[in-house]
Design a protein around this ligand. Structure first.
Ligand code: ZN
Ligand code: ZN
Length: 690
């Protein structure tokens, strides 16, 4: 809309004394655009950052529109203090993206704009100076990336299909089995994008995944400026990376979901690697899907977007099947001779698992140790044991702030008594000392029940005293750089047995790893969440995909009490397509996404009753169109978290526009959040329900 208004600037410039009205987005929790005056002589455009008076202190705002007049009397409008410089003007395409995200995810526009900027660009402090010159804007040569293998026929076809689509919007789903060389496809397409003088945006799920991928990109494009963006960066580094991207100095932008919100003046391709990963969905503030935002971004920029995965999300797979996305398949492992691992279940009903590890599993590990190969023991739970309990009265350590058990963590040094450790809440971060006796009955013999990574590590150390055992989870890998070093070391053959959580599942290439043992897959099979089977399949395919990526064949052993479960049968056949077809049929029958569109209204209060009352009233607030269905409110599975009690209600519709329209009217009609002690938010396309 402002583009039309843009023409007025010329008129205004002709009359330097005439005041113009700027419509400005400010980071305040109301859905409102604010108006300020600026004189005709000051150069200003939409996308400029300005300093404006607001309440007691000045603020940074972003100009979204220049108007000739205001509906408010000019005497009531305040004047813009100054136009801020130092950062490039935010492009029209970027403002368009913000407008869409704000409206789709039902958040105030000003908050959306501010949330997309690094903290320094939201503050009045001058921007940080670069220590060294940013003039490494080396001109790109049209050459293939350095290193890598010659593409196999399937890779070559994928590269060709994407390459001919450069210059226009087109979504691709790159479905490649683990180890099939998706990254090589990205690199070769990006080489062509760089040769055209354009920028490439590459989104990856997690920080833990970026070091190896970043190193691979730097090796492939040694003369290119690569900007890395993720939330763990400190302020100055993030600001520099953001500015390099926004100024067009960086030609490759590699980052987590937030990188999709960076202005890029010459965007030529968007890649979303591991597009199925749940971490692409933001879980606070603007609850956007980084993957969906990436598709929108490519559409606005008029360039292709490549969604890559071995186990695509069912939404994306469905779009591929419906012809909305072009499906490209990599059916073979990239390294000649490397095959997918053999997957077998170990039936825990027939074979007792002493210390949590079945005999077959231990024998398989012994065999690898004898051959000098690496094994990975996967358990998706960190800490020593998930429960500390009293067997005489049934007491179990619980978090006082959450409706959840406390997890027993052993102290850092191996071999100490578990009593030397601590009890920790994995939901709110609370930490307590381990009690010497049961607080209910005084029994001093408290027992750890179940097992986490620390306990498995301890057991393996006893059973295989000569083996080098490495544990990788969030507790051992707090620092990004340390994790990168550990992963590098494993890649070079350090460590005989790796014990790890999903931090180890994704993306890493460990050539000497030939065995993966999965210990506790059954928890997810028993979950009521309709997405849990999809997630477990993806996780196990990923974990299993670490094995046998070179010439030695890999083996995956999954301990389970449900070996006949159809998910395991699909996994053994490496049949993602078959699994997806059966899941989609179930979802269609039950009326779940992608066959319907969903939103959740969530309420938080001191007492769950207040949250439930708020939701019941909310459901009756407006007349609900027949095309939208509102379900009864329910408390969250973990009702209390960090001292707050939570409930939610679900909305469904076959029509996305109908749902969007209702949400817009509804969020405007709902009382201000926390006005009556109840805080609420909407989550559009929710993926977490706990
Ligand atoms: Zn007791
Ligand atoms: Zn807690």
């Amino acid at each position: 809309m402002w583009r039309k208004e843009n023409g007025n600037i010329c008129n205004a410039k002709a009359h330097p004394l005439r005041m113009r009205v700027l419509r400005i987005a400010l980071d305040v929790p109301v859905a409102k655009i604010f108006e300020y005056l600026i004189d005709g002589a000051t150069p200003v455009e939409p996308g400029d950052r300005v300093e404006v008076p607001f309440g007691a202190r000045p603020r940074v705002g972003v100009v979204v529109e220049i108007a000739a007049a205001s509906s408010v009397a000019a005497s009531k409008l305040k004047r813009v203090e100054r136009v801020l410089d130092g950062a490039p003007r935010l492009p029209a395409e970027w403002l368009e993206q913000m407008r869409f995200l704000s409206s789709y995810y039902q958040r105030p526009f000003g908050e959306t704009v501010a949330g997309a900027l690094p903290a320094r660009l939201r503050s009045l402090k001058p921007l940080p100076k670069r220590a060294k010159s940013a003039a490494d804007n080396a001109s790109e040569k049209a050459q293939p990336p350095v290193g890598g293998h010659a593409p196999n026929p399937a890779q070559a076809r994928a590269i060709e299909s994407i390459s001919v689509a450069l210059g226009a919007f087109r979504p691709f789903l790159l479905h490649g089995i683990t180890g099939s060389g998706k990254t090589e496809v990205y690199l070769r397409v990006i080489a062509q994008v760089l040769a055209r003088g354009l920028q490439a945006l590459v989104l990856v799920p997690e920080i833990g995944l970026t070091p190896q991928l970043e190193a691979r990109f730097r090796r492939a494009f040694p003369s290119s400026h690569i900007a890395v963006l993720h939330s763990a960066l400190e302020d100055t580094a993030r600001t520099h990376a953001w500015l390099d991207a926004a100024r067009g100095d960086a030609s490759i932008i590699l980052g987590t979901r937030l990188a999709v919100l960076t202005p890029l003046p010459r965007l030529g391709i968007v890649v979303v690697d591991e597009e199925h990963d749940a971490s692409f969905k933001q879980q606070e503030g603007l609850r956007y899907s980084g993957r969906d935002a990436a598709v929108l971004r490519a559409k606005l920029a008029g360039c292709p977007v490549v969604l890559g995965s071995a186990t695509p999300s069912l939404e994306t797979w469905f779009n591929g099947g419906a012809g909305r996305y072009t499906l490209l398949t990599l059916p073979e492992r990239a390294v000649p001779g490397a095959r997918l691992p053999t997957v077998r279940t170990v039936d825990l009903r027939l074979e007792s698992a002493e210390n949590g590890l079945a005999k077959q599993v231990l024998e398989a590990i012994s065999a690898r140790l004898a051959r000098g190969e690496q094994s990975l023991v996967f358990i998706n739970r960190r800490g020593y044991a998930p429960v500390l309990a009293c067997e005489s009265c049934g007491w179990a350590a619980g978090c006082t702030r959450c409706s959840a058990r406390l997890v027993l963590h052993a102290s850092a040094e191996r071999g100490r008594e578990p009593g030397a450790g601590s009890l920790r809440c994995h939901h709110c971060g609370a930490r307590e000392n381990v009690p010497r006796a049961c607080p209910t009955c005084g029994n001093v013999d408290l027992r750890p029940l179940g097992r986490g990574t620390q306990r498995v590590e301890e057991t393996l150390a006893v059973l295989f005293p000569a083996a080098r055992i490495l544990r990788i989870d969030r507790d051992t890998a707090r620092k990004r750089a340390a994790l990168a070093r550990t992963l590098d070391g494993i890649g070079r053959g350090e460590g005989d047995i790796l014990v790890g959580t999903q931090l180890l599942a994704k993306g890493h290439d460990f050539p000497n790893l030939t065995l993966v043992c999965v210990l506790n897959a059954d928890n997810a099979l028993l979950s009521t969440d309709y997405r849990s089977a999809e997630r477990l399949f993806a996780l196990l395919a990923q974990v299993g995909g670490r094995a046998g990526r070179r010439e030695q064949p890999g083996e995956v052993l999954v301990q389970t009490r449900y070996p006949a479960h159809p998910m395991f049968r699909a996994l053994m056949r490496h049949d993602y397509a078959g699994f997806a077809a059966s899941q989609l049929a179930e979802r269609e029958g039950a009326g779940f996404p992608p066959f319907v569109h969903e939103a959740a209204l969530r309420a938080e209060a001191k007492k769950v009753d207040s949250a439930m009352m708020f939701l019941r009233a909310a459901a009756r607030l407006l007349e609900v169109p027949a095309s939208v269905q509102i379900y009864d409110p329910v408390p969250h599975l973990i009702t209390r978290r960090a001292g707050v009690e939570r409930a939610q209600l679900l909305l469904q519709s076959h029509s996305r526009p109908a749902l969007q329209e209702f949400l817009r009217l509804w969020s405007a009609a709902l009382p201000a959040s926390s006005s009556s002690g109840v805080r609420w938010h909407l989550d559009v396309d929710p993926i977490e329900f706990d």
